[in-house]
Write a protein that binds this ligand. Structure first.
Ligand SMILES: NC(=O)c1ccc[n+]([C@@H]2O[C@H](COP(=O)([O-])OP(=O)(O)OC[C@H]3O[C@@H](n4cnc5c(N)ncnc54)[C@H](O)[C@@H]3O)[C@@H](O)[C@H]2O)c1
Ligand SMILES: [Zn+2]
Length: 348
């Protein structure tokens, strides 16, 4: 692929809520060039993100407080949200001030929601530092915390003012997290970008990571622009997520369960039954093997099915799933929930 991506910029066109997505190595150290930091700024990060990144941002602000929450999904909760909001209030933040997220999807979702509700909404900037957040969660405006075991059930659509993707931060990301996030890029490739998919078959994901991030964002941007609040086309992004979420509920790493699968790994498994072409399913499995994503996991299928029945999208006995008949195309299929049994390989 020849497309130059160094210093590329995409614009999310959402009328008055439009914003730039800047992809540039080293951009974090030059955030002041991309945003107004001449105000009070809460830089939200977590304990697993090397502190140097948040410090780099804070150092460019007129007045900054760094708020560090514990790493892990457990921080996407009301108690941590309250603590973040309290620290913002104690710092004297007003309606014209700013929240900057420096971290993965956990920090982005939590800090974004804090920005959405603080004084009925203040400015938010997202600086994603994981592949998953660079490829997927940092754009689109979905922010949320979990309520007990139910993910993302308390949230808001709150678009960032700017998204700054500095791929240099990936140098410290543990390999398994790095690969985990790529599952969402494989998703984009399968749904709409054959060239991106082929890059996973034959390319070098480390050498081509800027390209992978860029193309994935380009895909998601198009979908969000067409359907900001998920009433139509945005459903495509749920490809792999119906079964994926079921697997995540049963096998995901969260709370006291320290061993299990990450979100992208669950989505990777969830996509396979939704690929209708046998040859494409084989190619996808080969990509997973090449990258080190799971091709099968020993999970209790009955339990996964029971979890899917609880899924909020499974109400009314029918469920809409996204199927991929061939590389680069998809369709939404509304099926009786029982059909998920055969997709999972269970007896009727
Ligand atoms: N809002 C959305 O549209 C959307 C979409 C997909 C997923 N999500 C959410 O994203 C979350 C998962 O995000 P994630 O996969 O980024 O996980 P994460 O935020 O938990 O980050 C993974 C781990 O990597 C560490 N880390 C982050 N950046 C690092 C770096 N540069 N170097 C070293 N360590 C680093 C973190 O401390 C954490 O321990 C989930 O809560 C999910 O619900 C949201
Ligand atoms: Zn996902």
């Amino acid at each position: 692929m020849s497309e130059a991506t160094f210093g590329s910029k995409l614009t999310m066109n959402l009328g008055p809520r439009s914003y730039d997505i800047t992809l540039r190595r080293g951009a974090l150290q030059n955030l002041y060039q991309l945003a107004d930091l001449n105000r009070r700024v809460a830089v939200v990060t977590d304990s697993g993100v090397p502190p140097v990144y948040a410090r780099q941002v804070a150092d460019q602000c007129r007045e900054a407080v760094i708020i560090t929450v514990p790493q892990g999904e457990g921080s996407k909760c009301l108690r941590t949200l309250e603590s973040v909001l309290q620290q913002m209030l104690a710092f004297g933040m007003g309606r014209g001030d700013l929240v900057v997220a420096v971290g993965g999807g956990v920090v982005g979702d939590l800090a974004g929601f804090a920005a959405a509700v603080y004084m009925r909404g203040i400015d938010f900037i997202n600086c994603p530092t994981t592949t998953l957040s660079m490829i997927d969660s940092s754009i689109g405006g979905k922010t949320a915390v979990d309520l007990g075991d139910t993910k993302n059930v308390v949230g808001a659509f709150w678009q960032p003012r700017v998204v700054v993707v500095d791929a240099d931060t990936l140098s410290t990301l543990p390999r398994r997290h790095y690969i985990n996030g790529l599952a969402e890029a494989i998703k984009a490739g399968l749904l709409a970008d054959p060239e991106l998919f082929e890059l996973f078959e034959t390319g070098d994901v480390d050498a081509d990571i800027d390209q992978i991030i860029y193309r994935s964002l380009q895909f998601k941007k198009g979908i969000v622009e067409a359907d900001e609040t998920e009433h139509g086309a945005r459903r495509a992004l749920n490809f792999g997520h119906t079964i994926g979420h079921g697997i995540e509920a049963v096998k995901g790493i969260k709370g006291r369960r320290k061993v299990g699968l990450y979100h992208g790994e669950c989505v990777a498994l969830g996509m396979l039954p939704m690929i209708e072409s046998n040859s494409l399913r084989r190619r996808t499995r080969a990509v997973y093997r090449r990258l080190g994503l799971p091709v099968r996991a020993g999970f209790d299928k009955e339990k996964v099915y029971a979890e899917m029945l609880h899924d909020k999208k499974a109400q009314g006995g029918r469920i809409t799933v996204i199927k991929v008949p061939g590389l680069g195309c998809w369709r939404a299929d509304t099926i009786p929930v029982e059909s998920l049994r055969s997709l999972l390989g269970l007896e009727g």
